[in-house]
Design a protein around this ligand. Structure first.
Ligand code: PCA
Length: 166
């Protein structure tokens, strides 16, 4: 089992969270809410309003998210879904645990306030203007910013329509 920190569309209440509970992708279990110990720019960009954590420690905000425990199959699914290594790279990030949310038995509990590490999908392969975009401490696809995430299905639907019209 591997620990992954999610900060974007994979969080609870966000448009891709269901993918973590689709057993054909593998297994995932929420274990804690957490924040990065360092600041990072968390921005929303591209025509699809995709969230990206830029791998620029010290700039932006401490970013809030959730730690999941995933099996190898889910990790492979997530790497593919996040287009590693082109779009995002999976790297380790230092975290401060906010609250333990795990249900499983026989597991070492992470106490609130304790420090830990997990993998995160962040990026160094960003466009030159991305570091100067507005950054957020907590991502919400449906937030006041109005930059609602366009799901992969919607993008594919649009490109199919465009092809048909060609
Ligand atoms: N999915 C990953 C990275 C950005 C995104 O939307 C996540 O939620 O952490």
């Amino acid at each position: 089992m591997t620990r992954v920190f999610v900060y974007g569309t994979l969080k609870r209440g966000q448009p891709n969270n269901y993918r973590m509970f689709d057993t054909s992708n593998g297994k995932a279990e929420l274990i804690a809410s957490a924040s990065t110990t360092q600041k990072y720019p968390l921005i929303i960009t591209t025509q699809h309003n995709i969230p990206f954590l830029l791998n620029i420690p010290g700039q932006g905000h401490r970013v809030r998210g959730e730690i999941y425990k995933v099996d190898d199959k889910m990790l492979e699914f997530l790497d593919d879904f996040e287009s590693v290594p082109q779009m995002y790279q999976r790297t380790l990030v230092k975290l401060e645990v906010e609250e333990w949310e795990g249900k499983g038995e026989g597991e070492e509990r992470l106490a609130g306030g304790s420090m830990t590490e997990a993998f995160v999908y962040s990026t160094t392969t960003y466009q030159p203007d991305w570091p100067s975009l507005q950054s957020y401490g907590s991502y919400d696809a449906y937030g006041d910013h109005g930059l609602q995430y366009e799901t992969r299905e919607a993008r594919e639907r649009c490109s199919r329509v465009a092809e048909e019209e060609d």
